[in-house]
Design a protein around this ligand. Structure first.
Ligand SMILES: NC(=O)c1ccc[n+]([C@@H]2O[C@H](COP(=O)([O-])OP(=O)(O)OC[C@H]3O[C@@H](n4cnc5c(N)ncnc54)[C@H](OP(=O)(O)O)[C@@H]3O)[C@@H](O)[C@H]2O)c1
Length: 287
């Protein structure tokens, strides 16, 4: 199949690599850094050219404004005819962003699916992402075999918008858990507990999670090279709060968390992994 990938960052470049290895003809586009792409990838000059050359187009860009730029921009995916083509968006955005894109894609004659996902750099590398789909169910089933070449599971939530809601909720929980771990590990260090012994016991504690597997090595080593950047998680917490406000839902812990994320962003740590929240607690505590 001819597959297009728009956005060749941490996740998009790895998706492209899996599809190339699975024998598809893959065309990619990236705003900058096209050389970061996997070998075997054909590079297009615009998102529109990606769409022209592909039957299925996957978008994995930073945020809502990047999504609008690659879909409804002058050289965007929806600038040309999309009849017979499927456009999927895996970027984390709000439900209203995906509904806007759905409308633009349909207007151009194509079909749209939202497929936000969970799983970070390592899961993308291993082809083990989990997708939360929103869209027509028969379209989801049609796209599932392709998604399962980069992922392990597709969980369908309903019409466009529902997958985005699920993703924002999951990230809100993960972000709060990250701050809790940051505070706990700083507390343990301040109290003089042996870090290795603390981690060994934590693994047996009810609060231990897959996130702890992923982020405790970063906390302990101080290496915050990004698997999932602070700037993206900051965006996700903002989107979750905006969506909660639409639903007249008060999230007091997440409101405070957003302030902590904004502080870390103001320190210039946006490109680092969001586990850098630990450094923020540690520095404030004189560690
Ligand atoms: N990494 C994870 O663990 C993870 C997990 C779940 C969900 N996500 C979501 O997946 C998406 C991609 O994440 P990532 O980690 O792959 O991010 P990333 O490495 O920062 O890549 C972001 C991509 O978006 C592009 N982009 C940014 N602004 C743009 C603009 N205005 N116009 C066009 N393209 C633009 C970037 O292009 P340049 O290279 O030119 O900057 C890059 O290709 C985000 O929505 C993120 O929240 C990521």
């Amino acid at each position: 199949m001819n597959i297009g990938v728009i956005g060749l960052g941490i996740i998009g470049s790895r998706m492209a690599g899996h599809w190339i290895r699975a024998g598809h003809s893959v065309t990619g586009w990236n705003r900058t850094r096209p050389s970061a792409a996997s070998s075997g990838l054909s590079i297009a000059r615009s998102p529109r050219e990606v769409a022209d050359r592909s039957e299925m187009i996957m978008i994995v860009v930073a945020d809502p404004s990047a999504l609008d730029r690659v879909v409804t921009g002058a050289d965007g995916v929806a600038a040309g005819p999309l009849a017979g083509k499927v456009v999927m968006n895996a970027s984390t955005v709000g439900p209203s962003d995906n509904l806007r894109v759905d409308k633009a894609v349909r207007k151009a004659g194509g079909s749209f699916l939202e497929v936000p996902f969970t799983g970070s750099k390592a899961a993308a590398e291993a082809g083990k992402l989990t997708f939360f789909s929103g869209g027509e169910e028969d379209l989801v089933r049609r796209c599932e075999p392709i998604l399962l070449q980069v992922g392990q599971k597709v969980v369908h939530f309903g019409p466009v918008g529902k997958g985005a809601d699920a993703k924002l909720i999951f990230n809100l929980m993960v972000a709060n858990l990250m701050e809790a771990m940051a505070e706990g590990f700083a507390f343990a260090r301040k109290a003089g507990l042996d870090p290795a012994r603390f981690l060994e016991a934590y693994r047996l504690n009810a609060g231990y999670s897959v996130l702890a597997d992923m982020k405790t090595p970063k906390i302990l080593s101080g290496d915050f090279s990004p698997h999932f950047s602070l700037k993206h998680m900051d965006k996700d917490v903002r989107l979750a709060l905006e969506r909660a406000a639409e639903l007249h839902l008060d999230l007091p812990l997440t409101r405070r968390l957003k302030e902590l994320f904004s502080e870390a962003m103001a320190r210039g740590w946006g490109e680092e992994d969001f586990a850098v929240l630990y450094r923020q607690v540690a520095e404030k505590s004189g560690l």
